[in-house]
Design a protein around this ligand. Structure first.
Ligand SMILES: O=C(O)c1ccc(O)c(O)c1
Ligand SMILES: [Mg+2]
Length: 607
């Protein structure tokens, strides 16, 4: 199927929008009138530019407040329409969108609306143009797709059809039955299909539409169900994204267009219109890689946590630190920036690394060179939207290249066994790519996205959304910080799983590690909310251990100080004995206290 995107969905000048759409692989655009009006290019220039880029102008829009008005007013509308049809001829655009009137002048008279739309279509036909009539959810008298279709049917003009827009339909739909009316529309009378998702918000529908639309799969609507209904009519026009969104208006057009196309590819897959390589869900975290210009502070921290430097890369300044199944690479090579340690790569244990990379590539993820150096084992890797490198790896599987083969053992014996493995990784996302990141991890990696939670930070709001595999052996918390420049607090972190957080925290402290202090007020509140054994709360207070509980079990966790852009968390999830995996969350209830404590620690010590 052809894919298209509305110019309103991308930021920048018309030229930038067209370039971005073409580079992301779209076949066409909906040209928004404002983008044309603001462009120094002539309609002929725009036409030529689109042709050069391989883009069709699938729709020109919008024409507003045309129908069901007094005759004198309608005559003026026709005059306006003639100008636009002439313009469209110069652009080479053959379909115009007319949205249902919001004008106070419009009357509630379907027969009049049909008659005037038929006359408009008659004029359009003289120019070889088709008119697609769309019900705005807030239209004055026409606000539902079936109402718009009845008017189109009554008009009975071959150059008049309807435009279906998933937002207007699903923002008002009350259940699956509301989509059944689509079957009554002959496919050839659906002139255009616009797609937008949206988070499920309780608000005025116009504001919701103009500010919060997002790409399919990023909100709460069942876009695939709607598209299946539309395809069943025989509709064979483009799938077109029409997304009004405050964030996309500011974000760079190039990445937004890629995000947009990925969402359409996933949608096409969901409705059986695209064959992509199957998802290969990762089965564990093979390693997390930190890059740092100075290994010293990290070595101190990892040593205090009980990690041992078990191996060294054969060709590069990369050390492997291990404890239990937690493996951390510390890379002091050229990738390290001067701004201190950061989490640069994740090794995901994959049942089929090459297959995982093929799917990622089909979904427009940048593929990284398989060998970073000539002697390295060939590893499949792609970049996530935030730039984190994702390696699809195998650890100790004879049939596949083993990333560990690049490392020579140091022979150092394990120091401790406090840590079992990596519980989760928290990755800070660029603020304008948060929805994209969730869709990427879901669609590309086959992880499940949990609900997004908002957490109060003393200086703003932090949003967090976890993506996980079914057994919880891969958990990634995608977060977006309140203050984008505040790297110390809004750092990446590695949460380490332990069966005894008190013992692990004590040994860390005894080894010279610094735990994040937590205010006494927090513990007074804990005492009010939960019952603890004698002395338990004092232990937590002493170590800075935070506590939470859900229906599945208890959660105890504490934090190290931040080094560069990285800190560690020690995590104990209880209640998994019944086989349900125990506590499911990430301690969101405690996050405001933790964030405040990190701000305080930073103000006091700069770290
Ligand atoms: O918000 C609007 O006015 C508007 C205009 C054109 C559309 O196709 C639409 O869905 C909304
Ligand atoms: Mg629309």
């Amino acid at each position: 199927m052809r894919t298209s995107i509305a110019t309103v969905s991308l930021s920048g000048s018309l030229t930038e929008k067209l370039d971005a759409a073409a580079r992301a692989g779209f076949d066409g655009v909906e040209l928004f009138e404002n983008d044309l009006l603001a462009s120094p290019l002539t309609p002929e220039d725009i036409r030529a530019r689109c042709a050069d880029l391989g883009l069709r102008i699938d729709l020109y829009q919008p024409m507003r407040d045309v129908e069901a008005v007094p005759e004198a007013e309608f005559a003026r509308n026709l005059r306006r329409a003639r100008h636009k049809f002439e313009l469209m001829r110069r652009l080479g655009a053959d379909t115009v969108l007319v949205c249902s009137s919001v004008s106070p002048q419009a009357v509630d008279d379907d027969a009049l609306a049909a008659e005037q739309l038929a006359r408009l279509a008659g004029l359009a036909a003289e120019y070889g143009i088709r008119v697609a009539y769309e019900a705005l959810a807030w239209g004055r008298h026409v606000s539902t797709y079936d109402h718009a279709w009845r008017i189109v049917e009554t008009a009975g003009h071959p150059a008049l059809g309807t435009c279906l827009d998933s937002f207007h339909i699903l923002s008002r739909a009350f259940g699956p039955a509301d989509l059944e009316g689509i079957a009554a529309i002959p496919g050839e009378k659906i002139f255009f299909l616009q797609l937008a998702d949206a988070p499920l918000l309780a608000m005025d529908v116009l504001q919701w539409s103009r500010h919060y639309r997002c790409f399919p799969g990023q909100g709460g609507f069942d876009i695939a169900a709607l598209v299946r209904h539309v395809l069943a009519t025989g509709y064979d026009g483009p799938l077109s994204l029409e997304v009004f969104n405050d964030v996309f208006r500011q974000a760079e057009a190039g990445p937004t267009a890629v995000d947009a196309r990925r969402s359409l590819l996933l949608l096409q897959e969901a409705v059986g219109k695209a064959i992509l390589p199957d998802p290969v869900v990762p089965t564990g975290v093979a390693f997390a890689e930190l890059v740092t210009p100075d290994a010293e502070p990290l070595a101190d921290l990892l040593g205090a946590l009980g990690f041992t430097r078990t191996a060294r890369h054969r060709g590069k300044p990369v050390a492997l630190w291990e404890q239990g199944d937690a493996r951390i690479l510390v890379n002091t090579g050229p990738a390290a920036r001067r701004d201190g340690p950061r989490l640069a790569a994740i090794g995901l244990e994959s049942p089929d690394p090459a297959g995982a990379a093929r799917r990622a590539e089909a979904l427009l993820a940048p593929v990284l060179p398989r060998r970073r150096a000539p002697r390295d084992a060939p590893l499949d890797a792609v970049a996530a939207p935030d730039g984190t490198e994702l390696f699809f790896c195998a650890t100790g599987r004879p049939d596949l290249p083993d990333w560990r083969a690049d490392f020579a053992d140091t022979g150092l014996p394990p120091a401790r066994a406090d840590i079992r493995g990596i519980d989760h990784l928290a990755l800070t996302q660029p603020w304008h790519h948060f929805d994209e990141a969730a869709l990427f991890h879901r669609g590309v990696l086959g992880l499940d996205a949990q609900e997004s939670v908002d957490v109060a930070d003393p200086y703003g709001l932090m949003r967090s959304r976890a993506v996980t595999n079914a057994d919880g052996s891969v958990r990634i918390a995608l977060t977006v910080g309140a203050a984008p420049t505040d790297d110390t607090v809004h750092a990446q972190h590695i949460a380490l799983a332990t069966d005894d957080v008190v013992a692990a925290a004590r040994r860390f402290r005894d080894a010279g590690g610094r735990l994040l202090p937590v205010p006494a007020n927090y513990y007074d509140d804990l005492a009010a909310r939960f019952e603890f054994a004698d002395g338990e709360l004092e232990t937590y207070r002493d170590l800075g251990i935070l506590y939470d509980r859900d229906a599945h079990g208890a959660f105890r966790h504490c934090y190290t100080r931040t080094v560069g852009r990285v800190f560690f968390e020690l995590v104990q999830r209880d209640g998994g004995d019944g086989g349900d995996g125990g506590y499911r969350g990430y301690g969101a209830a405690n996050a405001p206290v933790r964030l405040a404590a990190q701000h305080t620690a930073r103000a006091l010590t700069g770290g």
